[in-house]
Design a binder for this molecule. Sequence first.
Ligand code: URA
Length: 240
Amino acid sequence: MGEIVRLQRYIAMCGVCSRRKAEELITADRVKVNNQIANELGTKIEIGADKVKVDNREISYRSKLYHIMLNKPKGYITSSSDQFDRPTVIDLVSQDIHSRVFSVGRLDYNTEGLLFLTNDGDFAYKITHPKNQVEKTYIASLKKPLAISEINRLRRGVKIDDYVTQPAKVEILDSKTNKMTIKITIHEGKNRQVRKMIEAVGSEVSELKRVSVGTVELGNLPLGRWRYLTAHEVNYLKNM
Ligand code: URA
């Protein structure tokens, strides 16, 4: 008998998408098990015995897993396709990686820096699940310097939309009369979070770059280039 796993986990193991995205596909009636729509998140399947289709295409379990670090340049979207036909981060690896990979979380179109790409849904789940509180560090250039009181507000938490951010670490790297560069570490990954936090305290981001996730650093990987994560980095990220 093959291993029994939950349907959303199996879809992630097959490298289709992350486990959370798989849950959305299941509840949207896009998944079939043995040709019957399976829209319950508790559904269990037996690997190798049950036939699973996503959008009517059969998926299969591949054992070769990819864990990639990319230095994303500005002007690329973090998605595998775009309604406006803009270049995607997948375009930057697709010449060399012939398996379908997806990004772990997102970086905005105009944000640079460290982005993981993978076909390992479990890996993506560990990094993106809010309960794991993974630290993400950014270098942000600001159009207007912030006073210490405003930096302290960022540290304590600020209201963005209807959400109050968790305490952040903030360090001033450079301060001039008309601009400032800070290093900011957050745990959450709300949409455009760093940009909105800076706006909430009265400045604006001109450049944003992610430099680390947990203890894994972008280092001197050139812009637009990628490398495989080391076994040590993969183990660390999977066991955080
Ligand atoms: N915060 C942002 O504002 N943008 C990103 O891309 C990531 C974090």
